[in-house]
Design a protein around this ligand. Structure first.
Ligand SMILES: Cc1cc2nc3c(=O)[nH]c(=O)nc-3n(C[C@H](O)[C@H](O)[C@H](O)COP(=O)(O)OP(=O)(O)OC[C@H]3O[C@@H](n4cnc5c(N)ncnc54)[C@H](O)[C@@H]3O)c2cc1C
Length: 476
């Protein structure tokens, strides 16, 4: 009898009977792909080209029933299981070598109820899918900075973006979730139903089940806001970053600022003679009164001699995709990240120093402002850790050629080693790289780790869902 080579959850060989696989195929409405099938290579690939894993089976789910069939198959066969939402995780957590990948990327429906200010999104939606539909009504969910990111991974890990200082984490703005649990049951989780599961799902990563749908609380935002970016030559960094520091300290919750240092890409909004040269950039998004925002941000536009300025009145959806071109799918990426207790002068001076050593034209050092509503709820509100963070430092190496891996990875690592002294000690689960497990995962979940382990023991005692920043079930 023919078998298909797979790996079990411990990574040991698991030859799968062809009949068993045929049974899964028959149970699915979407296609089941194996190596060599049309679409397999595309389905197994993710945003980060450093990730090159080959699942034995890819189930391209078309609905919740497909997800249920997939989870049951994984549970009964013992095959390693992974879930692909937007495929944007830096660690490539969507892909388990030799496993069954439940690929939700065809499940991208969004339904908006403007009267109750709620949106329901399927588990394979990208951020842009949700913004596009909610902005028709002048409403927005709290989402992240790059529109091709998956809503499921972002929300399960906490999620922050341009409007988090006003409304909190993405997961603070979730009304309910539909989840296929480890026992194959479809479960609804909210404050009223399965509240322990709901608590863990909001920040605890993909540890508890497959998210097939999420209900977001929406807020009036835009459709016109005041936002964009201004850039200067890197020589101007001390003055620009001092301005960033002061502006961030005074910013109302409606305003979010981001500072980035990198080489100028050949973007039309940047002066031609600066392309390929080091620059410092401030991104801003103000979702309050547009006229007031224009006045408030005028000093940024007036500062020194900008080499590019697209800070202006604009549709919120264009703000939400402003950074997309800087993060194309298929480059090689390696990140290091820390939460910061404040935006300090000495820390910013070090950012400038390490940016001057950048080894690739696509790499950057970025400081995202947090604070405001990000820290306004109690620490045990949900599994989201590190609510006290005032900012996130992200050292993002990006390049194209495999043979250059060691150079760019080392730049990111050495920068991070030096910058760690400015950290709160906490880090963001959604920014952890492949090798960051154990202590780094504990640093991401913070004080909430013990409760997460208890919930894991209740909802996934055999650790079926382990292709994530894994929480080991508590001993009972
Ligand atoms: C360019 C870029 C920009 C980013 N910007 C931000 C940002 O602004 N704010 C922010 O908070 N984060 C940001 N992130 C981090 C992002 O939130 C994480 O990478 C997140 O894991 C991506 O989710 P995904 O669905 O695209 O990932 P995937 O790689 O598909 O999955 C990531 C993890 O989530 C699990 N998962 C995915 N879908 C499901 C599902 N339906 N049910 C259960 N588990 C699932 C997977 O099993 C895996 O463990 C960014 C990442 C990138 C690459």
């Amino acid at each position: 009898m023919s078998t298909i080579a797979a790996l079990n959850r411990e990574g040991a060989p698991l030859p799968l009977d062809q009949k068993l696989v045929d049974g899964l195929r028959a149970a699915l409405r979407g296609p089941l792909l194996l190596g060599g099938d049309a679409g397999y290579e595309e389905a197994r690939s993710v945003w980060n080209a450093m990730i090159d894993r080959r699942p034995a089976l890819v189930a391209r789910c078309l609905g919740t029933a497909d997800v249920v069939a997939g989870v049951r198959f994984a549970r009964e066969s013992g095959i390693a299981l992974s879930i692909k939402g937007g495929g944007h995780n830096i660690s490539g957590l969507a892909v388990a070598e030799g496993g069954l990948m439940l690929d939700l990327s065809l499940m991208r429906g969004v339904w908006v109820d403007p009267r109750s200010r709620l949106a329901r999104a399927q588990g394979g939606c990208l951020l842009g899918d949700v913004d596009r539909e909610t902005q028709l009504h002048g409403l927005a969910a709290v989402l992240g900075f790059v529109s091709a990111t998956g809503v499921a991974g972002l929300t399960l890990g906490g999620g922050f973006g341009y409007v988090s200082r006003r409304f909190g984490w993405t997961s603070d703005n979730v009304r309910s979730m539909d989840v296929v649990a480890a026992d194959g049951r479809l479960v609804h989780a909210s404050e009223e139903e399965n509240p322990d599961l709901f608590w863990g799902l909001r920040g605890g990563g993909g540890n508890f089940g497959v998210l097939t749908g999420v209900e977001y609380v929406l807020h009036p935002v835009g459709p016109e806001i005041y936002g964009g970016a201004v850039a200067w030559r890197a020589d101007d960094a001390p003055g620009v970053l001092a301005m960033f520091r002061e502006a961030a300290a005074e910013a109302p919750p409606e305003l979010t600022l981001v500072a980035a240092m990198r080489f100028a890409p050949p973007a039309p909004w940047l002066d031609k003679d600066v392309h390929g040269k080091p620059i410092v950039m401030l991104l801003a998004c103000h979702i309050g009164d547009v006229a007031k925002a224009e006045k408030q941000l005028a000093p940024i536009k007036a500062f020194g001699k900008p080499v590019g300025d697209i800070l202006q009145r604009r549709p919120y959806v264009t703000q939400q995709s402003l950074l997309d071109a800087t993060q194309p799918r298929g480059r090689r990426y390696y990140w290091k990240s820390e939460y910061l207790p404040g935006i300090e002068g000495e820390m910013l001076a070090k950012v400038t120093e390490h940016a001057a050593r950048i080894t690739s034209p696509h790499s950057a050092v970025i400081v995202f402002q947090l604070g405001g509503a990000v820290g306004s709820r109690p620490n045990d509100h949900s599994a989201v850790g590190n609510r006290d963070a005032a900012a996130v430092l992200n050292v993002t190496a990006a390049w194209e050629r495999k043979e250059e891996d060691p150079t760019h990875v080392e730049w990111a690592r050495s920068t991070w080693r030096d910058m760690r002294r400015f950290s709160t000690g906490g880090t963001y689960v959604n920014f952890l790289t492949e090798e960051e497990t154990g202590e780094r995962v504990a640093a991401a979940y913070g004080k909430n780790l013990a409760r997460l382990a208890e919930i894991k023991a209740r909802w996934d005692p055999t650790n079926l869902f382990r292709t994530n920043k894994n929480v080991v079930p508590a001993a009972r």
